[in-house]
Write a protein that binds this ligand. Structure first.
Ligand SMILES: [Zn+2]
Length: 358
């Protein structure tokens, strides 16, 4: 009996050690599934269609004849690490769509659908209104093991409303808002200053400022759940700059790698952290409408998702499966940590069924 128990414990221990204890959730605004799965699009790498300043230089950087090499040139971490060790959903060319159901295909309702697990018709604009729905980050912050250990950093200044920071009682640092938590390190002071001295878009700073603020916070406070929201690809696309859209997406991929490598070098996080990578909405698919998204561009409902972590099977690019509602992301985030969001928040969609290793 005793020996049997010991044998069982010996078997159980590595399984527990292989579980997910911490999470990185990264969302990059308005990134099309077309670029993620097929790389840079030839028709848009031009002055006329894509507002490209130097088409020759852009093609040298991002164009490859082979689509697999092309997408790796654009998102090297996604295709060299996540695709080998994790899972990627949303390649419509393989009938593997991920889709929104809010019908609006704009950011606030789409982030809300993703993080609250439900498309709520009351959430129908990008206005600065507190979200009536409970999101999974806030819900995690209320679980005993995660209290005070959930933090969100986002470029877009709507995130304190989307995540209802006031009700959630967790740190949500967004837009040009300085991060005032102690200790104020030299890096944080400089980042706060750069936010006050630069302005590209009224509602969000450059992603570098948001990313490095999040990175410094992680080093100082080691949150167990870190959300990072990047915004440049959407801004550059709306500006009609395909070159800057691609470059900011490549930079986002580098940022995800840097975060991943930082956690893998951190005791307590190494081998015990999962990554969720997503976008809020897609965009138009033609040279005429790729800049935009919304109700009048139905194809902008199509998104993509990627997962990497200790209890995620290395199935790579998922093919020929049923279309996957984006609303399943919220409960999937909780399920990665062994928690049941959908069972607790009735309106939320259930987790993705076949993501986790048995
Ligand atoms: Zn947009």
């Amino acid at each position: 009996m005793c020996l049997l128990l010991l044998a069982e414990m010996a078997q159980a221990a590595p399984r527990r050690a292989a579980g997910t204890r911490n999470l990185l959730v990264v969302m990059v605004d308005g990134v099309r599934w077309q670029e993620v799965f097929m790389g840079a699009e030839a028709a848009l790498m031009e002055r006329r269609t894509g507002g490209v300043a130097d088409p020759h230089a852009l093609r040298t950087q991002f164009w490859r004849e082979d689509p697999a090499e092309r997408r790796r040139a654009l998102m090297p971490f996604l295709w060299s690490v996540v695709a080998r060790q994790g899972q990627i959903f949303g390649n419509r060319a393989l009938a593997a769509e991920v889709y929104l159901t809010n019908g609006l295909n704009i950011s606030y309702p789409s982030y809300s659908e993703t993080l609250c697990g439900v498309a709520d018709p009351r959430v129908d604009s990008n206005d600065k209104k507190p979200n009536p729905n409970v999101n999974v980050l806030e819900w995690l912050n209320r679980q005993p093991d995660f209290r005070g250990k959930v933090a969100a950093f986002a470029a877009w200044d709507r995130f304190p409303y989307i995540l209802n920071a006031e009700r959630a009682g967790m740190l949500v640092n967004a837009g040009y808002e300085p991060l005032r938590v102690a200790p104020q390190t030299p890096a944080l002071r400089l980042l706060n200053r750069l936010k006050s001295e630069t302005e590209v878009w009224p509602a969000e700073p450059l992603d570098a400022l948001t990313f490095h603020t999040a990175l410094e916070y992680f080093r100082l406070h080691r949150p167990r759940v870190l959300f990072l929201g990047l915004g440049e690809p959407d801004e550059w696309a709306h500006s009609g700059r395909y070159d800057l859209y691609l470059k900011s997406l490549l930079r986002a991929d580098h940022y995800v790698r840097e975060l991943w490598e930082l956690v893998q070098g951190t005791p307590g996080y190494r081998g015990a952290t999962a990554l969720v990578l997503a976008t809020d909405h897609g965009r138009g698919e033609s040279p005429e409408n790729w800049r935009e998204h919304g109700r009048r561009i139905p194809e902008s409902r199509s998104t993509w998702l990627a997962f990497l972590g200790p209890n995620i099977e290395a199935l790579g690019e998922r093919k020929q499966r049923e279309a996957l509602p984006q609303a399943r992301v919220a409960a999937t985030i909780a399920a990665l940590l062994g928690l049941d969001f959908a069972g607790s928040v009735g309106a939320a969609a259930p987790p993705i069924p076949d993501l986790l290793a048995k």
